[in-house]
Design a binder for this molecule. Structure first.
Ligand code: PMP
Length: 359
């Protein structure tokens, strides 16, 4: 339904309709000019050749320094989505199962399905502040469980996991010998501190997936990274070798520039999204919706009891606003997801239309 809505929104736009698109996690802001300039300079300097499938040494070293790991634990991937895919491919080859808390980013389940692995969904609820029930989690682990995927901060709730719950999950996973893949693409721009999976073990028993798309508004550049034990890093590199070979070096140089300027760039991005989140929270609360306050960009995932979110989403699209139905993130038909990825004035108009449509 997520993709159906997007196609429909594009079609309406091509027919001349104005659609405010709050249905995808693709920020409206431009990639910072310093990053664009760095790519251009690298291209002009002839950095347009094949290169290492691990990624460029300087970039791996910088990422390692930021996360407090060794450069040998870092591999550069064409987008973090590819990093998640490659990790799941290597961990779930030949079957097994993976536990994923919901609501979730659908790619995890779709990837598992493609690999012939089973996904065990662990439901969390708004009313429990989206907390993972640790007993339920432990009860779901069986002899075939190969990994747990966490998305912290979460898409679509923008919730940062509280430390106590995360501590509990790591303890259970470590005790039961299950690897955690922690997708932290929204971590660096979260409004509250997000404890990283790497804070638990310096030996990289667990895996971090991260990227540049969200932190630096670089969705179309396709660059991300995995931090893991050396064996997994070597094996992802082999997958890179037989597929994409390497992320273009000029893109890696641009990403490095982003990391060098990360304080300045991410604080500006955070500020803007925090303002948008405040604005959305006010209007949505007035409209009588329940939701958790976003701890991170870009999403709000409100609930209205009795709502048929797919019908609501289609009706709203007719009124010129695209959002995503809750069913795109698991069994959450009473919810819908708003991406605050448009200029404030447009978000304001869209929020008013949403309130109006809810009656
Ligand atoms: N993880 C999550 C939770 C996401 O929401 C997204 C993008 N929607 C990604 C990963 C993929 O990001 P990238 O552009 O780095 O592939």
């Amino acid at each position: 339904m997520l993709y159906e809505i997007n196609e429909k929104a594009l079609k309406l736009e091509s027919e001349g309709r104005k659609i405010i698109r709050l249905n995808l996690g693709d920020p409206d802001m431009a990639t910072p000019p310093e990053i664009v300039e760095a790519a251009y300079a690298a291209m002009k300097a002839g950095k347009t050749k094949y290169s290492s499938s691990y990624g460029e040494k300087k970039l791996r070293e910088k990422i390692a320094e930021i996360h407090g790991v060794k450069a040998e634990n870092v591999v550069i991937t064409p987008g973090s989505k590819w990093g998640v895919f490659a990790t799941m491919f290597l961990m779930l080859k030949g079957g097994g199962n993976v536990i994923v808390p919901t609501p979730y980013w659908t790619a995890y389940e779709l990837i598992a399905k493609t690999l012939g692995a089973q996904t065990k969904l662990l439901r969390t609820e708004l009313e429990d502040d989206w907390k993972v029930d640790l007993d339920k989690l432990e009860g779901m682990i069986d002899k075939d469980t190969r990994m747990i995927i966490l998305n912290n901060p979460n898409n679509p709730t923008s919730k940062v996991m509280d430390e106590e719950t995360l501590d509990g999950i790591v303890e259970i996973a470590t005790k039961r010998g299950v690897t955690i893949l922690s997708d932290e693409v929204y971590g660096a721009i979260a409004f509250t501190k997000t404890k990283s999976i790497l804070e638990y073990d310096g030996d990289c028993k667990h895996i971090l997936s991260n990227g540049f798309s969200k932190t630096f508004t670089m969705t179309g550049w396709r660059i991300g990274y995995i931090i893991a034990n050396k064996l997994l890093v070597d094996n992802i590199t082999k997958l890179n070798q037989i597929t994409v070979n390497n992320v273009p070096v000029f893109i890696q140089e641009a990403a490095l520039k982003g990391l060098e300027l990360r304080e300045k760039i991410s604080s500006a991005i955070k500020l803007e999204y925090e303002e948008r989140a405040k604005m959305a929270s006010k209007t949505l609360a007035k409209a009588g919706l329940s939701f958790s306050q976003p701890d991170a960009p870009f999403y709000v995932f409100p609930k209205r009891p009795g709502l048929d979110s797919e019908k609501f989403t289609l009706d709203l699209l007719d009124k010129g606003v695209a959002v995503a139905p809750g069913t795109s993130f698991g069994d959450y038909r009473e919810h819908f997801r708003i991406s605050l990825t448009a200029p404030r004035e447009e978000i304001k108009v869209a929020l008013d239309k949403i309130s109006e449509a809810l009656g």
